[in-house]
Ligand binder design. Structure first.
Ligand code: PFF
Length: 415
């Protein structure tokens, strides 16, 4: 696998790409609203437990499988357990990678809508809008048919142009530029929030655990959040580790990824909750928290348009570096298992995600009455992939590494 454009070339590249995959809407959009709905500090505590006690070992397991085989997820299982039927894991990963990519791109599309509204129609969209106007703006946009679909398509086209350039020139290069920018933007927002009058209350909500809030559903939600946030259980980190050279220290990389990923989730909380308490909003507003609450808050600040544009730019960057990692699972699969050229593998992956992404986008609008097992298409994709397939995938990977890999291979890989 050591030919050109098929390996990450620098240590920064390795960290930027793995952290780029881990840090995404899961940290900046999902973590604050989940924490907001589940007692703040209590949720954070359980999330930290799952990230460091279960997440880091599973991340190491994925790295070992990927780096040792240098193969896509199906090829990796087959290489390590020839003649045994582990290859099905590859199909499960392929299907769920395209599933997650589809619904995730819809939310990423929303961030593009809000980025453009911030840039080009800031006053009418946000600055002069009341809280209820912001609420109905989000609802009428998400339930309409044309714009959410167009943004989803546009977002996936952006993915295509990064991915088609390959591992080093596309994925690594873009991550090297965008991840430092993301951290700078996050810090700027965090400093801004810490000066708000509601900062102390917001930080208390985020960091002070009320143990009575730790219920089975909080535990389950935090486990799902930890896996989703570290991109585990799908074979994403197996695929990326196939591009690591033999000198990359796996445990160190896993721990650094987990620390930076957690840091971003905490920073996102430190940005949002001080603002929520300053402006007397509901922390438990749910998935629309960031889309409804933050624009109205920025409207009251000097240079609100700039803040608002930067926030949605930040979300777009975070989404893009994650979706390219999901798509890469499928691209590596098609390239290696079906001997497809990269361009065709990329096209097929993006076209499949576009098809299902459009259905997901429409499931808020004209397909909203179409329910499968009582869920809309978007919710079904989200639920089945995040709550069922990721934990099962993580379990299978752990069992595989624990029971099937020869111990010397494991110890030599991680030492
Ligand atoms: N870790 C990403 C996030 O937190 O937004 C989501 C993700 C990326 C999940 C890649 C799964 C995956 F394979």
């Amino acid at each position: 696998m050591a030919n050109s454009n098929t390996q990450f070339t620098t240590r920064l590249g390795v960290i930027a790409t793995t952290v780029g995959s881990a840090v995404g809407l899961g940290n900046i959009w999902r973590f604050p609203y989940e924490a907001g709905m589940h007692g703040g500090g209590a949720f954070l505590l359980v999330d930290l437990f799952f990230i460091f006690i279960i997440g880091v070992p599973v991340l190491c397991a994925e790295f070992v499988i990927g780096r040792h085989t240098g193969a896509n997820i199906r090829g990796a299982f087959r290489a390590l357990a020839p003649g045994q039927r582990w290859g099905w894991m590859g199909y499960l990963s392929l299907i769920s990678a395209i599933g997650i990519l589809s619904f995730y791109s819809v939310v990423a599309g929303w961030t593009l809508e809000y980025l453009f509204a911030s840039l080009f129609s800031y006053s009418s969209s946000f600055a002069d809008a009341s809280e209820s106007a912001l609420h109905s703006r989000f609802a009428s946009f998400a339930t309409s048919d044309v714009r959410p679909v167009l943004w989803t398509i546009l977002f996936l086209i952006a993915n295509y142009f990064v991915l088609v350039r390959g591992v080093t020139k596309g994925i690594e290069k873009v991550s090297n530029w965008l991840m430092p920018l993301l951290f700078i933007l996050l810090l700027a927002f965090c400093i801004n929030s810490l000066f708000m009058p509601g900062a102390a209350e917001g930080l208390r909500f985020l960091f002070y655990p009320d143990f009575s809030q730790i219920t089975p559903s909080v535990i389950l939600g935090a486990m799902g959040q930890a896996f989703f946030s570290l991109s585990l259980g799908l074979g994403c980190m197996v695929t990326y580790a196939a591009y690591f050279n033999s000198r990359v220290p796996l445990i160190k990389t896993a721990v650094t990824t987990a620390i930076l990923d957690t840091l971003v989730a905490i920073l996102a909380g430190m940005i949002i909750f001080p603002a929520v308490f300053t402006f007397a909003r509901q922390p438990a507003a749910g998935p629309q928290l960031i889309f409804e609450v933050l624009p109205s808050i920025f409207a009251s600040l000097p240079a609100g348009r700039l803040w608002s544009s930067l926030l949605f730019l930040l979300l777009f960057i975070a989404s893009l570096t994650s979706t390219i990692s999901m798509a890469e699972i499928s691209i590596a699969f098609f390239q290696q298992e079906c001997s497809m050229p990269r361009r065709r593998a990329t096209l097929l992956t993006i076209a499949a995600a576009m098809f299902f992404g459009i259905l997901c986008a429409l499931s808020f609008g004209s397909l909203s009455s179409l329910k499968i097992f009582g869920l809309t298409i978007f919710n079904l994709f989200d639920y089945v992939t995040s709550n069922i397939i990721l934990p099962i995938g993580a379990l299978v990977i752990s069992i595989f590494v624990g029971w099937k890999l020869p111990l010397p291979l494991l110890t030599s890989s991680i030492s």
